[in-house]
Design a protein. Structure first.
Ligand code: NAD
Length: 426
């Protein structure tokens, strides 16, 4: 960083970003942010860094950059901290993740090495295929939540922060639906005190974050803050929350293609989606419970776009299947295939095949960055509760009052654009 930029940055208030899970996505985000600060890499894929404001001049140079129009926190002013259940600092974790080339890690090794994870809250009932090496101990789940709050307070003091955001990027937890313990804040807090088995580690972090006044983002498919108890806490503290499950590759394309077929009034009888991935996320998904969280999240997207009730003749017989396989040779380079069976004029059948060769975390990192910066901005504007304008970024968007989520990418982009214009006036 040049001297004048360093001085300006020192004078501005920083944003603390606290992340449970220092794995592939997080280390890829960190390395990219540090490299961008040094002018060594471009933040490609990030709307907050490269996007322009909607409106009459949208897409043209006259339209201001979103980051300027909304006065978003600059990359220089982010301070990161993380929890994990293995003690590797971010440089070693990035090497193990195998996403980035050695020269890209070497260029920011010092910055990465400075981020050592705090011991995490862990419960093997929620994530089975991982061997924890350093975790918190507590008599009750409330004790664990108190320890997370102490971590947040210590981080806040150490870095002189007044604003912080939490983003979950830990492993996918086993599928659970909300139970009685999630129905209200009182029930939830009493569940924490008596170790209710239905409260997951990600919910302990989320509870601690919200209680300490941090907006919360969930990058994974499991429940976390998408329940009445934590919605109540977010409302009490006037905090924005959003989730679930970063919409990166296959689902991103699915939610762009399905509206195109629907808007041309073409029928769809089948959509078969197949994935292979070999990273640790894939290994965790070998467990039936975690796999179910991911499959449900991927499966939910078509129903609201290709609506069988509204258009039974076109979508009533739609057979949507999603398969995910752990295949170690691929590492983080995921491959997916989609076989779409659709039909047109006089019911003649046709097929569409899509083969994606992706880098999972390279697609997820800019989404995580955008969500962090937009959540902080929403908080500054006084927006609270589920931020459905951020559904653009999620496979399974949270909605205010648990309403039906919008999955159509273009409708999601319209919601986002309207919110950006709204935020620019705040
Ligand atoms: N990679 C992507 O493109 C992508 C896309 C959408 C969603 N996601 C979701 O994001 C999450 C992270 O993905 P990833 O590829 O970085 O996974 P990863 O396995 O590389 O990293 C997860 C990290 O979380 C840690 N962890 C597990 N439980 C923890 C706990 N209770 N507390 C603290 N740390 C804990 C693990 O030790 C690991 O370091 C997953 O749920 C994944 O499904 C990823």
């Amino acid at each position: 960083m040049r001297e004048d930029a360093k001085r300006r940055s020192a004078e501005r208030e920083k944003l603390g970003v606290l992340i449970p899970g220092l794995g592939s996505v997080t280390t890829t985000l960190l390395a990219g942010v540090f490299a961008a600060r040094k002018g060594l890499a471009r933040p490609v894929g990030s709307l907050t860094q490269l996007g322009r404001m909607p409106g009459p001049a949208a897409g043209r140079r006259q339209s201001p950059l979103i980051k300027d129009a909304l006065d978003l926190v600059p990359l220089d002013d982010l301070v990161f901290g993380a929890w994990d259940i293995v003690p590797d600092a971010a440089d070693a974790a990035a090497e193990k993740a195998g996403v980035l080339r050695p020269e890209h890690i070497a260029a920011v090794r010092e910055e990465l090495a400075a981020i050592a994870p705090i011991p995490g809250v862990f419960d093997p009932k929620f994530v089975r295929n991982l061997e924890p090496r350093r975790i918190k101990k507590g008599r009750t789940k409330m004790d664990l939540a108190d320890q997370v709050k102490e971590d947040i307070a210590a981080f806040r003091t150490r870095h002189h922060l007044s604003r912080l955001v939490m983003c979950w990027a830990g492993s996918t937890e086993a599928h659970r639906t909300a139970g009685r313990v999630h129905a209200g804040l009182k029930a939830f807090e009493s569940g924490l005190k008596r170790n209710d088995p239905r409260i997951s580690p990600s919910q302990i972090y989320a509870y601690a974050a919200l209680d300490m006044g941090l907006p919360h983002i969930n990058g994974s498919p499991h429940l976390t803050a998408d329940c009445a108890a934590l919605a109540e806490l977010a409302a009490e503290r006037n905090l924005p929350v959003c989730g679930k499950d970063f919409k990166t590759g296959q689902t991103l394309l699915k939610t762009a293609l399905a509206p195109a077929l629907r808007d041309r009034r073409l029928g769809v009888s089948g959509w078969f989606s197949m994935n292979i991935l070999g990273n640790r996320d894939g290994e965790v998904l070998r467990d039936r419970g975690s796999l179910r969280s991911k499959e449900e999240s991927k499966l939910g997207v078509l129903g609201s776009i290709l609506d069988a009730e509204e258009d039974p003749g076109l979508y009533g017989g739609l057979d949507h299947q999603v398969k995910i396989h752990y295949y170690p040779p691929r590492g983080d380079d995921k491959e997916s295939w989609d076989a779409v069976d659709f039909f047109g004029w006089m019911d003649y059948p046709m097929q569409l095949k899509i083969n994606l060769l992706l880098r999972d975390s390279i697609l997820a990192a800019p989404i995580m960055l955008d969500l962090i910066l937009f959540s902080e901005r929403a908080h500054r504007a006084g927006w609270s509760g589920s931020q459905d304008w951020l559904s653009f970024y999620f496979k399974c968007p949270m909605t205010p009052n648990g309403g039906r989520p919008e999955n159509d990418l273009f409708a999601q982009k319209a919601l986002l654009d309207a919110a950006l214009l709204g935020l620019s006036k705040k």
